[in-house]
Design a protein around this ligand. Structure first.
Ligand SMILES: [Zn+2]
Length: 724
């Protein structure tokens, strides 16, 4: 195996609110990957930081009557301790508001400027004459020009989904002061993205072909090239909390410029600290254009543009390396729906930690995580059942059933050798699990854990068959008992080695019991024989459902304890929209604010009652329905149902949707539907069915039974397009 040197990052949580379980999905995903790559023998450096800049931080500090520095310092302590307590083992967790980042941001900017990739020109933007500041789109609200819903953000309507600019709003007002904004001109600085079009196209295709960018991500990005890349507005006027642009007094770097550079800055600080075997000179070795090292980013699907267009363009333009891989994941839902404060499913990391073991959540989420952009659902009942059944019932139980006999009869020592048959059984199990290394590397944790639990079943069947508790009653069976316990505990050790990246704390206790330091994966090839075990104590317990209830209740209390405006103001711009003069595809991608994704505003769905007066509906009622085009990726029968077909739709910017539709009688050959377009309701509340979660409804005409006919769309209609 070639040993790789890899710098791994997670998206930077915004220093504007607590870490919640939506963030944890990503930090857990990247931490498992880092641990697995290390256990495979690679050299990995793992860094992250708080994203500390922007108008939102400045305004919140002002509201709290503290300096931005005091605000971000307090949040940093909270973020870094929550991540650490979840077992997310960053080598360094920094902030973007550091000297290292200021220096690197200036260096990259000056290199872009020297190479002619920057320009400046006047921009007209809405200005708050009372607060005396330019207003980011998200700080302007008003009436939607399309559906006339009130209090909609300046970048798009949350009711009808229309994307627009703040200038389109009817009766706009500043969220900061309530004043009516006025248009004002100011000089802005830009990065000329068009300079990088060919480079980016090549990079995307090459990374996709290398398996380092998901095909669905690359396909989505192709849309951006259709109209040519416009220049990226990278400056903001004072007052702003950030870094001032060199030679441009009063002009600041837009938060999305220095945020990704924060990856380098955090790594620079790690190199300068001399920890992790690094030295100051290692920074250049990692970031120079011809670096032999890898740089792997983990991000949510809402911030793809920043990491796969702007970031590689900036790096390339500044003569530096580009990312090796950008791994994109979906969002976290809880109990089949978006996280909701009122339902108590908007769970802060600290609230979880106050009630439950972090390894339990790590295991459950990993059991659902694959290499796709699919959302992951934290179903509380399934969480409880899976942890109890897998971790306690299938894994820890092997040790708890056998450890006592080894201490009682054999002085705590494992047998020095195994008979041929037992050796062969162990070798077979070890060989099966060796496939996990590649599965971890490919981020298919769900598949790895399925395999591990398969082998756990084999081990448990062996223990049940041999029944050591019966053998222990027969003095004549001592030697055989020793072999049975030794093999069973070696199965336990084998499972522990492969589970260690996912449940590091429980695994650490298990290795302490086994009397060995946490080993690498390769140690699994050889059984541990003749070794002395330490006392066995409970490695983990079953989940008490009352604790889950207590956590949900505590999450509801957090809501009540919050300030009258419970939603912190977002980082300005957000998702693709933050790209300023480059306009992104319209729609949901605009909803994101924080780099750490799944921010409160993304997670919260406004509950609205549907008025039922008369037989007419208003345009508002219709506008509430998010009808979209979907392309059928998969369609098949559902085992155990004679009515349903299971569809997986490509829903464009909405990702993939699984929908169960009761049209089986009308379509005898579902596979023939693959590739065709359908119309579906995208914002129907997800419904948990016996067969899985249905995320929407596909429209068809007809009276039911076999008289049902799917709607079609003309060739120009693309997956994800809204239907109005
Ligand atoms: Zn609207």
């Amino acid at each position: 195996m070639t040993t790789r040197e890899i710098l791994v990052t997670s998206a930077l949580p915004y220093a504007n609110g607590p870490i919640h379980l939506g963030h944890m999905l990503e930090h857990i995903q990247s931490d498992i990957w880092v641990r697995a790559m290390r256990m495979a023998g690679h050299s990995v450096h793992y860094v992250c930081a708080d994203d500390a800049h922007g108008s939102a931080i400045m305004l919140r500090a002002e509201k709290e009557g503290i300096t931005p520095q005091a605000l971000i310092d307090g949040v940093w302590k909270e973020h870094s301790s929550a991540l650490r307590d979840f077992g997310v083992a960053y080598d360094h967790y920094s902030s973007t508001h550091t000297d290292a980042n200021r220096e690197l941001t200036a260096r990259i900017w000056l290199a872009l400027r020297a190479a002619g990739h920057t320009e400046s020109k006047p921009v007209k933007q809405l200005y708050d004459p009372v607060k005396e500041m330019f207003l980011p789109d998200r700080y302007i609200k008003g009436e939607c020009p399309k559906c006339h819903s009130k209090d909609q953000y300046g970048d798009g309507c949350e009711v009808c989904g229309t994307a627009y600019t703040p200038a389109d709003l009817i009766n706009p007002y500043s969220v900061v002061s309530g004043a009516t904004p006025v248009l004002r001109e100011s000089e802005h600085y830009f990065v000329k993205l068009a300079d990088f079009e060919a480079m980016l196209k090549g990079w995307l295709a090459q990374r996709r072909d290398a398996g380092a960018l998901q095909a669905e991500v690359v396909n989505k990005l192709q849309e951006w090239f259709a109209d040519g890349l416009r220049s990226w507005d990278v400056s903001r006027d004072a007052p702003y909390f950030g870094f001032e642009i060199p030679d441009a007094p009063g002009k600041y770097f837009y938060v999305w410029v220095d945020a990704p550079i924060g990856y380098f800055a955090a790594f620079k600080e790690l190199c300068d600290s001399g920890r992790s075997g690094l030295k100051p000179a290692d920074l250049e070795r990692f970031i120079r254009a011809d670096s032999k090292t890898d740089m792997v980013h983990f991000i949510g699907k809402d911030i793809v543009y920043f990491h796969t267009l702007f970031w590689p363009a900036m790096l390339h333009g500044a003569g530096l390396r580009t990312p090796t891989a950008v791994n994109v994941h979906g969002f976290l839902t809880v109990n089949g729906a978006k996280m909701s404060k009122s339902r108590g499913t908007f769970i802060q990391a600290r609230t979880y930690l106050n009630h439950l073991d972090p390894d339990w959540l790590r295991y459950y989420l990993a059991s659902l995580l694959g290499p796709t952009l699919a959302d992951v659902d934290l179903d509380m009942k399934a969480f409880e059942e899976r942890v109890n059944s897998h971790l306690v019932g299938k894994w820890v139980n092997i040790a708890s059933r056998c450890a006592g006999f080894v201490h009682k009869f054999f002085g705590g020592k494992l047998s020095a050798q195994l008979p041929a048959e037992a050796s062969a059984s162990y070798a077979d199990a070890a060989k099966r699990l060796s496939a996990c290394a590649a599965l971890y590397e490919a981020r298919d944790y769900a598949a790895a854990l399925r395999l591990i639990m398969d082998v756990a079943d084999t081990a448990n069947a062996y223990v049940a068959d041999k029944a050591p508790w019966k053998m222990a009653k027969d003095d004549g069976q001592r030697e055989h008992l020793h072999v049975v316990c030794t093999l069973a505990l070696n199965y336990f050790r084998l499972l522990t080695i492969w589970l260690a990246p996912v449940v590091p704390s429980i695994a650490a206790r298990a290795f302490a019991f086994l009397g060995e330091a946490p080993p690498r994966f390769e140690a699994a090839n050889t059984p541990r024989l003749g070794a002395t075990l330490n006392e066995f104590s409970a490695l983990t317990t079953r989940i008490d459902p009352l604790k889950i209830e207590a956590m949900i209740e505590a999450s509801k209390e957090n809501l009540q304890a919050a300030t009258p405006s419970p939603q912190p103001l977002p980082r300005e711009g957000g998702g693709a929209k933050a790209a300023a003069s480059t306009s992104p595809p319209a729609g949901r991608a605009n909803r994101s604010e924080a780099m750490g994704s799944t921010s409160p505003l993304v997670g919260e769905v406004a509950a609205r009652s549907v008025a039922g007066e008369g037989s007419f509906i208003s345009i508002d009622d219709f506008a509430r329905m998010d009808l979209r085009i979907g392309t059928v990726l998969e369609c098949g029968f559902v085992e155990g149902s004679d009515k349903l077909l299971r569809f997986v739709l490509d829903a464009g910017e909405l990702g993939r949707r699984q929908i169960f539709s009761g049209i089986r009688a009308a379509y005898a050959e579902p596979e023939k539907l693959i590739g065709r377009k359908v119309v579906f309701i995208a914002n129907l509340a997800p419904r948990k069915m016996r067969f899985g979660v249905s995320e929407g409804m596909i429209l068809s005409a007809g009276s039911g039974g076999d008289d049902l006919h799917l709607l079609d769309a003309d060739a120009g209609a693309k997956a994800g397009m809204p239907v109005k």
